[in-house]
Ligand binder design. Structure first.
Ligand SMILES: [Zn+2]
Length: 227
């Protein structure tokens, strides 16, 4: 059962279910959800919310601050024209295929089709049928990062999980994969916004000038494998 309650200026969603404890959750948008056992008195719930009031406010402030920071980072981000986008997406298909074929040979594996996607949350995926999907924005990342995603997905051809065995397969080809993975974690949102990084396939030329990310030139010291 879900109802909205207002407790001294605080609005929250009340969820009653088969559970033994009470819990409070603050969503990314700042909304509060209170989860309680089915037979929980109103008084008990109100006391519980009251007790955690400071924590809730702090959490909401923190989330608000992070949302504003994200917004700020997004400002001044490049706008991709349809033409530039198409050009890069096509190139992404070509480069990703080249790299995937190269690494598949090296790893003694294979794949079926390669599709280039325009997803906001994923860099790549591998289907059980052996089709590889990649985000076109990888063409904007340093080539070492693109390689990491390619090797990651190819390793899934042998291990459909993130087990130790899986990571060993990745490490066999890219011993420094952890740094690449970390780079993607730290810079992934900029990359998703369409920023072109130095060291990317396109940073040498052919890129709309104002899309080149000037800060944090990634002289990463990674190994680029020559095809
Ligand atoms: Zn994976």
């Amino acid at each position: 059962m879900r109802v909205w309650e207002t407790d001294k200026r605080m609005e929250y969603q009340l969820v009653k279910s088969d559970r033994k404890t009470m819990a409070i959750q603050v969503g990314i948008d700042g909304t509060v959800t209170v989860r309680v056992p089915k037979r929980c008195s109103k008084k008990l719930i109100e006391d519980f919310v009251q007790e955690h009031r400071t924590w809730i406010c702090k959490k909401q402030e923190e989330l608000g601050r992070r949302a504003r920071e994200r917004e700020k980072r997004r400002e001044g981000m490049p706008e991709w024209s349809q033409e530039d986008y198409q050009q890069h997406r096509t190139a992404a298909g070509r480069v990703l295929r080249e790299r995937a074929e190269y690494f598949a040979r090296q790893m003694g594996g294979s794949f079926e089709r390669i599709s280039i996607r325009d997803q906001k949350t994923r860099w790549g995926s591998c289907s059980t049928r052996g089709n590889l999907n990649f985000n076109w924005r990888l063409i904007l990342a340093p080539l070492e990062i693109l390689d990491y995603v390619v090797v990651h997905e190819l390793a899934h051809r042998k291990e459909m999980n993130h087990s130790e065995r899986f990571w060993r397969l990745v490490a066999q080809v890219l011993p420094d994969y952890q740094e690449r993975k970390q780079w993607l974690k730290e810079n992934g949102d900029l990359l998703m916004s369409g920023v072109v990084f130095r060291g990317s396939y396109f940073s040498q030329g052919g890129v709309p000038k104002d899309t080149l990310w000037k800060k944090g030139s990634p002289d990463l010291g990674f190994r680029i494998q020559k095809l």
